[in-house]
Ligand binder design. Sequence first.
Ligand SMILES: [Zn+2]
Ligand SMILES: [Zn+2]
Length: 744
Amino acid sequence: MPRLRLQARGVVQGVGFRPFVYRLAGELGLAGWVQNGPEGVRIEVQGSAQAVALFPQRLRLGLPPAAELRELAVESIPERDGEGPFRILASAGEGDPRPSIPADLALCPDCARELDDPADRRHRYPFTNCTNCGPRYSILAALPYDRPRTSMAGFRLCPECALEYADPGDRRFHAQPVACPRCGPRLRFQDPSGTLLAEGEAALDRALELLRAGSVLALKGLGGFQLLVDAASEPAVRRLRRRKGREDKPFAVMFPDPAALAAACRAEPAVLALLEGPEAPILLLPRRDPGAVAPAVAPGNPDLGAFLPYTPLHRLLLAGFGGPLVCTSGNRSEEPMAIDDQEALDRLGEVADGFLGHDRPILRPLDDSVGRIEAGRLHLLRRARGFAPLPLAMDGAGVLALGAQQKATVTLLVRGQAVVSQHLGDLDSAAGMALLERTAMDLLAFLDAAPERLACDLHPDYASTRLAEALAGRLGLPLVRVQHHHAHVAAVLAEHGLPGPVLGLAWDGAGFGPDGTVWGGEALAVDRAGFRRLGHLRPFPLPGGDLAAREPRRSALGLCLACLGEPGPAAAAFAPAELAVLARAAERGVNSPRASSVGRLFDAVAALLGLRRGRGFEGQAAMALEFQARDGLGTGAWPLPLAAGAADPGPLLEALLADLRRGEPVPAMAFRFHAALAGLALAFARDAGLGTVALTGGCFQNRLLAALCRERLEAAGFRVLRPGRYPPNDGGVSLGQAWVACHD
Ligand SMILES: [Zn+2]
Ligand SMILES: [Zn+2]
């Protein structure tokens, strides 16, 4: 009888892979065994020639939804006598472990069906899960992933759940968080002072009453507390904005079901499949019906961040409410999400009118992932729930990279895989810094890794740099300081598994340049040996330094002073006294760093076109400009000439002013600006003479800019690389740092 030995690598642990193999072997009448091992999953099968031949093929085709097979090595081995029925063997612990940390998975169709079935013992049970779905990383205390090492340790399995857990033929075989109404977590509803008002189904009713009244509900979700309000109610959404201190940054909206979502947004079947899949991200989708949600949800934004219920609790809540709900992280500004019940009451007591919680502890914050579809593929802008911390294959080992300051992440490079943490938010608060350190320590402990070197940004004042310096001192390890835009481009090479050289266009708001200026409009040649700065935007001053990131009028002033020698039309946004002070400061170089930043150029142009002058969130002006430009497609381009590696914004500013004088429509001008940058991308590429161009940095979150640059470059024969599963913004910087440090 033929016998095969198979070695499966990829995402094959904690995703229902072994029970799947068990069932498949049973169906085919094969003997043998399956076992979790240090290198993934090992399988041996023996049986009829036909069944043995079919096995690898059926294995590839029928994978559980969250599994990802990166490699399946198959070899024939000699037949073994006396082989009994197919078995699942205990995990093999020997050798050099190479475990992967499982990611949290959205509610699966089977569990959803049980949730809705009055005859099922888990009917309406908000914490149902199986090997295909449920919490993982968010409840994980240590590896290997077993119930005693999760926050389910305190819940004793009832006899029925214990049977399911132990039955290899059951969907809940070794589903670590398995639970039912008899033995699992329970819902509770509390008022903002923490007084318990209801439990179980009654708690859900209280929460729904509150939402129907237009009040703010704090919900203990999968990876942290979230704030929910009726998305159709303008006063409710405004109330949330006021209390959260969030002026007009868009909110994401959770729809009760795919049909409701597709009525509000343009979502093709492939997009809906993503939204309903195990990762269930928030996707930025073009709106179809602008009236589906209140204007205050995403003011002036033609897109909507839309998603579907991804836990049983969300599903019950949305079904009960019957309409879309704003669903946003439970935090103030950019602090980490609250995960602990008392912490949530303390921090959100004045924001929420009621708390729908439960007694299953969350061990680490996990935001919802956010992505967008570009050229038919998913591009993540925020990588967290569902994706983090799944590993990326990458040569090298022994590097811990601490990332940037905003949209922080940590990357651990260990045994040929890069493990990038979830999005950790900004590091401006003590809570943010503590989370960064804890996440780094967790990854080291989970993967039993001892780094040989650390990596951080060149910026001396990033909290991540200071942590890296402290750790390097404490552990006696070398520290590699990686230039910010170099890291951005390296992250793209890491993701695509390429050595370079590439031309990397890293365009963003601001990064520390080794020459004392602020970088952000960079053309870098990058390979394993390092980077060379081939070109950049000609720098202009930013009066007020960091303040310019939130006040586009300052960038406009700096640009005009640099190109015209006078404030020109930028003056209108300032009081005369203020203008005089800032102009003098810029002239003398006092608190007015010079920046080659495309992000600040976006701000300057938006301010001059009257789109956004004063305070807002970073990137808001650029977004306004992009949305305008979408209505001005194909209206030409302003000049942005490249000479000796420097792009001169002077002619662009002159064209802008001429268009303004002629009273050209804003969408046309906004488009001409985008087209100018696409032309610049092509000019950089022609100058560099490298066949491949990586487009990255926060500016490339702009869908139109990315599409125009790609179009121009591909038409001219260049290969274009884009970040996909790792964000183009600073969320990808730690990955790039790890790549640079391991080649250092
Ligand atoms: Zn399930
Ligand atoms: Zn039970």
